[in-house]
Design a protein around this ligand. Structure first.
Ligand code: AMP
Ligand code: ZN
Length: 492
């Protein structure tokens, strides 16, 4: 099965296949580590995770590179405000970022590339650009890309750049929405700023050059896919193309994927509007990491996701349905045999699920047949029409669902525990939902009582309640072990 993915460059759905027949070589712009990641950032990283997981599910190997922008205007500004060098400022946000990705079960890219580890490569690229007349040095010792040297500029964003001012320059990393200008490749050192002594002078890289240099370092001059949020299409990605193709004369990335921006309560997320959330903010409010993952991926990447707390509750309920059903399959005692209608339903659900994802990663359409199958199976179980032979077929469908969605196995306790621990250290105890603190303080007697209640619930075949208790305890870091000698529990 081949994934048809919208390609910003061609403006249509194109097949996404490894051009070297071995692995899909992809680059996704990573975070700028000046603060904690917000849910908009994570929506984009999660959608790239959906992409790579689906490719793997269809048997395609991936070689995925993600950069970490650990030097830029904002980082320099924030580090200066904190009175520490950027090399001390960024590591905690890099660690926090990976911790957040882990909480959201985002797979690690095969290659992580920090900008400050690749200064040499960037300098080399500036030199190559200068050699072909596409880069020039200004009086202060900075280097700029000469837009006039790349007539194809604008081919990705399809912007009409006819009014482009020849020779006008821009040197800030922050986005310029509608004007195309010569942009900074290398910024001459300013007093008090981090800088590197290099053959092109003392200074630091501009933002765009890092992605061209690192993508080509790990993926070659021409590779399969480049991804990022839609805000990066112009000018960042347009600039990456210009910098790279001016020296290689080869298509930089063949396929470009852009994730639509997330809104919160119908508005652009912003701190001043009070609708700005990091992952940690939501975990501290008591939402589960799996629900946040589910809510952020369930709207397909090219559709506008309007994030709301109702949406998070819907995701929480959907996961509960999945987990309860999964437990029901695992724990049920089904008579020997098989129900041909269920086998057919499982095959159809699997085919519809795969087809929806293969069609431009339509996660919303992919969910529907899975929940239909759950409904059909539950009815069959209730009517004693579900047999041991049906269990494996349906578990296999759930497994391929979870290969991409990854929400069925309950691993929500750890992210919440980590967030609470972090909040306590960061002086944000007031933000921890009371329920989370109460859970933390469960004493042994309370745990014994819950474990006993669970044993009773199982005897009464009230598996929903038994699971609920098990999950509640797991969230508090308490593991129940069933053995033939009885039930034991321990703290993780
Ligand atoms: P940054 O750390 O600002 O460089 O952004 C990291 C990634 O998150 C980039 O791919 C951005 O395009 C993406 N991003 C930032 N804000 C949002 C948003 N509100 N919705 C979706 N993606 C976003
Ligand atoms: Zn980039």
């Amino acid at each position: 099965m081949t994934l048809r993915l919208f390609n910003t460059l061609t403006g249509q759905l194109d097949d996404l296949v490894p051009s070297d027949g071995l692995a899909l070589r992809m680059y996704a712009c990573g975070p700028t580590v000046y603060d904690f990641g917000h849910i908009g950032n994570f929506r984009t990283f999660l959608q790239v995770d959906v992409l790579r997981r689906f490719l793997k599910l269809t048997g395609v190997n991936v070689l995925h590179v993600m950069n970490i922008t650990d030097v830029d205007d904002k980082i320099i500004r924030n580090a200066a405000a904190a009175g520490i060098p950027i090399s001390e400022y960024t590591p905690r946000f890099i660690d926090a970022f990976f911790e957040d990705l882990e909480s959201l079960r985002v797979e690690r890219p095969e290659q992580i590339a920090r900008a400050t580890d690749h200064i040499d490569r960037m300098v080399e690229l500036v030199q190559r650009l200068a050699a072909v007349g596409a880069a020039y040095k200004t009086e202060d010792g900075s280097w700029y890309f000469r837009l006039a040297a790349f007539p194809e500029y604008g081919k990705l964003s399809k912007k009409d750049l006819s009014g482009m001012e020849d020779g006008a320059r821009v040197d800030v990393d922050e986005y310029e929405k509608d004007s195309a200008r010569d942009f900074a490749l290398w910024k001459a050192v300013k007093p008090g700023e981090t800088s590197w002594d290099t053959p092109i002078g003392r200074g630091r890289p501009g933002w765009h050059i890092e992605c061209s240099a690192m993508a080509m370092e790990y993926l070659g001059e021409s590779f399969d896919l480049h991804a990022g949020g839609e805000d990066l299409m112009f000018p960042h990605h347009e600039n990456e193309i210009a910098q790279s193709e001016s020296v290689t004369h080869k298509p930089f990335a063949r396929h470009w994927m852009h994730v639509r921006f997330l809104l919160v309560d119908g508005r652009k997320m912003s701190k001043s509007e009070g609708n700005f959330y990091t992952l940690r903010d939501l975990l501290l409010k008591g939402y589960k990491a799996s629900a946040i993952r589910m809510a952020l991926i369930s709207v397909p990447y090219r559709h506008q996701l309007n994030f709301t707390f109702d949406g998070l509750t819907e995701a929480t309920n959907a996961i509960e349905r999945l987990r309860t059903f999964h437990q029901r399959l695992l724990q049920g005692n089904f008579a020997a045999g098989a129900n041909p209608a269920l086998r057919a339903a499982a095959e159809k659900a699997q085919a519809d699920y795969m087809a929806a994802l293969a069609n431009d990663l339509n996660t919303a359409e992919a969910r529907a047949p899975i929940f239909d199958l759950i409904r059909t199976s539950n009815t069959a179980i209730d009517q004693s029409q579900f047999f041991a032979g049906d269990r494996d077929a349906i578990l296999a469908v759930l497994a391929s669902f979870d290969a991409v969605f990854d929400v069925i196995e309950d691993r929500d306790a750890e992210p919440t525990r980590r967030a609470v621990e972090w909040a306590e250290k960061a002086g944000r105890v007031a933000d921890i939902a009371p329920g989370l603190l109460a859970r933390e303080s469960l004493n042994d007697e309370a745990i014994d009582a819950l474990v006993a209640e669970r044993t009773l619930a199982k005897k009464q075949r009230n598996f929903a309640r038994a699971d609920q208790i098990r999950n509640e305890l797991a969230e508090k870091g308490i593991l129940i072990e069933d053995s033939k000698d009885g039930v034991r529990w321990k703290r993780k």
